[in-house]
Structure formats: C-alpha cells, structure tokens
Write a protein that binds this ligand. Sequence first.
Ligand code: AMP
Length: 183
Amino acid sequence: MKVLSDSQKNLLMESIRDVPDFPKPGILFKDITTLLNNPQAYSLLMEHLASRYDSYELDYIAGIESRGFIFGAALAAKLGIGFVPVRKKGKLPSATIAEKYALEYGFDEVEIHIDAFNGKKGAKVLLIDDLIATGGTAAAAAKLIKDAEAECVEACFIINLKFLDGEAKLNELAPCYSVLEVV
Ligand code: AMP
C-alpha cells in the first residue's frame, strides 16, 4: 500500500517505544526495536516502503549507521537492488570519502566507500534512516552520495521529529519522506 491509513500509522506509532532520558537527560528516545519484534508492524512498514519505492527505478539504497541498515538492507533485498552502508568514521575497510557535520558540542563524521556505487555516475540512490532529528546526519550522508557522483533521489525516515525542522537542512540536497511525524 503506497499510502498508509490513519489506523495503519497508529499501529506503527504504537509499536515504537518511547524511552525518556536516553542517552542523556531530556532526550525522549524513539526505540524502534519494539517495532522490529512486532511482526505485524514490521511487515506492514516494509510492504509500505516497497510499494512506495517500487516505481522509483532506484539503483541503490544507502542506509545510515546503524538503524538505517536494518530498514535499508531489508528494503534493498525486497526491491532487488544493492545496499550501501553509510558508516561512522573509521569503520569501513577500503578507501572512503568522508563528510563532517556539527553536533550540539563538536563534530562527527560519516563515510562511504569511494566505489560504493560501482562507478555508476548518476546512480539513483534512496537514503534511509530510522529517524530525522536536526537533520545533520542525513544532510552529511546526502552530501556523500553527491560527492560520489550519484543522485540522492529521496531521503526516507520512519519517524520525523518535526519540531526540530531537520527537513529544512535536507531539502536543498534531497526531498524528504517520513512515514510518521511527531509534531
Ligand atoms: P540528527 O542528525 O539530529 O537528525 O539525528 C539523527 C540520528 O540520531 C539518527 O541516526 C537517529 O537514529 C538518532 N536520533 C536522534 N534523536 C533521536 C531520538 N529522539 N530517538 C531515537 N534516535 C534518535
């Protein structure tokens, strides 16, 4: 189903556990492990994503470490296309390109393999992660896709923390789709 009904969205939202004060005081952590171990919710979500992206003629899915791997790899297998991991600095074994992004305090860095898209210029890539908050991580990942001469056709999130307006940071790089929104 390309479009989810309100009751299907509710089922997904209710399958995600809120954990207060994790990983630090004041953060309400959206825990998707309770969605993953709920077969009805997980398969509904994956069927929805597969039907949405079936017509996009994607070449690859790029998933952001680590929860983006779970959804991205499963979706890539469903669509019969390749999966590319976007990892934190120092984790990928071969030659990489890197992008720094600002955190509340300091910087972080994400990387992809330089040959991640097999040299296919203009490869159509869907970027995926579990959640968009400030948008810094996803914007850095979208820049990496561009630096690798591929095209980020959309960035997809299971949850968008709308009140942080991460989408604004991403929109100049790629359109954004979120299955669920927290306003
Ligand atoms: P940001 O770069 O601020 O958009 O943060 C997005 C990344 O941090 C994603 O990989 C999320 O998994 C994680 N993240 C940020 N805030 C939360 C939250 N409240 N609950 C769960 N994950 C979060």
